[in-house]
Design a protein around this ligand. Structure first.
Ligand SMILES: [Zn+2]
Length: 449
């Protein structure tokens, strides 16, 4: 096929990418066979990253131009090598990214990904194909156990707009979990989980969250400009969490929790409100131990309260109804009728006025709390709790001037009923401790000697 013939055919099929997915894949495979890699230009590189069978060509074209690739493409290349089970090349690209300072700017994101070793067992559904790192053994297999439920949920919710193939790799690592939006592949870390029904639900809900990102991509009729990436992620992450609660059947309970989290974040003035929409990644990585995602989710719930469930539920699928709109900012303004920052100010006022959520159920969540001073400047708290808690996400500690203290977990595990928290020693007569878990809340004072 000559260039014109090929691209005409591509344009035609690409009008309905999902429906014509197999045909498009065949078209690319055939063209690579006939015309080789030289047929494609660097600007068309991402098209080759979208299909499993064209991934080797995607990698080869990247390698030919390796000097000119930006970080964004290098990460896609790394993910593609992992998918192809090519360790050596994946590790090489990882090193290039480390040299470029990626790990300093995005701590932990790529840990455990470049040396992924696929299990022989896995999950094979209609859309989802999942494998775990074989070194995780039975523990990795456990986290695949509800993927049939996940698949049922996503097919009911997004039947006609689901990616044809979704890949999941369960990673033996700790930290944020990235995804490859080209191939619709999720790299989900479980090194910070122990085995429990709660963490399994958290994982399965997390998969729904990631698939929400993929589905949104299919509605976008315009590309996201660099200046819009932050506000896009602020809405995108909050919305994906909002959807996750539908899978968990905890929509109301999670609203109470996220409004309480938002209160601690916004009320403590840790960052400018506008930074959530203008510097999303900076806030996110500056406050990795804080509920930033939950805060964004609280905003999505605010939109639901303001515009109604149906309107917000249709938020992404309505994008194609505005063919004249060419930017994300314009879409937000057209769909919501106001500037984002004005809505954010209204949201902040509501959160501060209500001190989080007025619908919290008061409960003794923490049953035991004990302090230990470590060295000159650190304190460790031992706690026992009715529910699994994650330091900084469920537990908030203030000094007697009501300044929020940054806390971290001691163990690598999140969600423990019995755990330890670490924070800097403070000069304070008492500490005020808030605990939030779904609809439940606890506030109490802890006297320091
Ligand atoms: Zn996300």
């Amino acid at each position: 096929m000559d260039k014109k013939e090929f691209w005409d055919r591509y344009d035609l099929l690409n009008k309905d990418f999902l429906k014509n997915y197999d045909e498009l894949e065949n078209l690319f495979v055939q063209q690579l066979h006939e015309g080789g890699l030289d047929f494609f230009e660097l600007s068309q590189i991402f098209l080759l990253g979208k299909f499993e069978s064209t991934l080797p060509a995607f990698c080869a074209l990247c390698e030919k131009n390796i000097q000119n690739l930006n970080e964004y493409v290098l990460i896609k290349l790394l993910f593609s090598y992992v998918h192809l089970n090519d360790h050596k090349s994946a590790t090489h690209i990882r090193q290039i990214l480390i040299d470029k300072g990626y790990d300093e700017r995005r701590p932990g994101v790529l840990n455990g990904i470049d040396d992924f070793q696929p299990s022989t067992n896995g999950f094979d559904g209609k859309h989802i194909t999942a494998k775990y790192d074989k070194r995780l053994g039975e523990f990795g297999e456990y986290f695949l156990s509800d993927l049939d439920k996940v698949e049922k949920f996503i097919t009911q919710k997004w039947e006609t707009v689901l990616p044809n193939r979704i890949f999941i790799k369960v990673i033996n690592g700790v930290g944020p979990s990235p995804f490859n939006s080209l191939l619709n592949e999720i790299f989900y870390k479980i090194g910070h989980f122990h085995k429990s029904k709660f963490t399994l639900d958290h994982f399965s809900g997390g998969i729904v969250h990631e698939i929400n990102h993929f589905v949104e991509n299919n509605y976008l009729t315009f590309s996201i400009k660099k200046a819009d990436v932050s506000s896009y992620k602020f809405i995108d992450e909050g919305y994906a969490e909002w959807t996750r609660t539908l899978y968990l059947k905890k929509h109301k309970e999670y609203k109470i929790y996220t409004d309480n989290c938002a209160y601690h974040m916004l009320g403590s003035n840790l960052f400018e409100l506008s930074n959530l929409k203008n510097k999303w990644f900076t806030v996110m990585f500056d406050f990795l131990n804080c509920p930033i995602l939950e805060t964004a989710t609280s905003f999505t719930y605010f939109l639901e309260d303001t515009f109604g469930y149906d309107e917000i539920n249709r938020f992404w699928e309505s994008i194609p109804n505005y063919p004249e709109i060419k930017t994300w900012t314009d879409y937000l303004k057209s769909y919501l009728g106001k500037d984002l920052i004005d809505l954010m100010k209204e949201w902040k006022n509501v959160i501060l006025k209500n001190k989080g959520s007025r619908e919290s159920t008061s409960e003794e969540i923490i049953t035991h709390f004990e302090l230990e001073q470590i060295g000159k400047d650190k304190m460790i708290f031992h706690y026992k709790s009715k529910y699994p808690l994650w330091a900084g996400h469920n537990i908030f500690i203030y000094d007697d001037k009501m300044k929020l203290q940054l806390i971290d977990k001691v163990e690598k595990y999140r969600f423990l009923k019995e755990g330890r928290l670490i924070m800097k020693l403070v000069k304070s007569e008492k500490l005020t401790v808030f605990v939030h878990f779904y609809q439940y809340s606890q506030k109490y004072e802890y006297k320091l000697l």
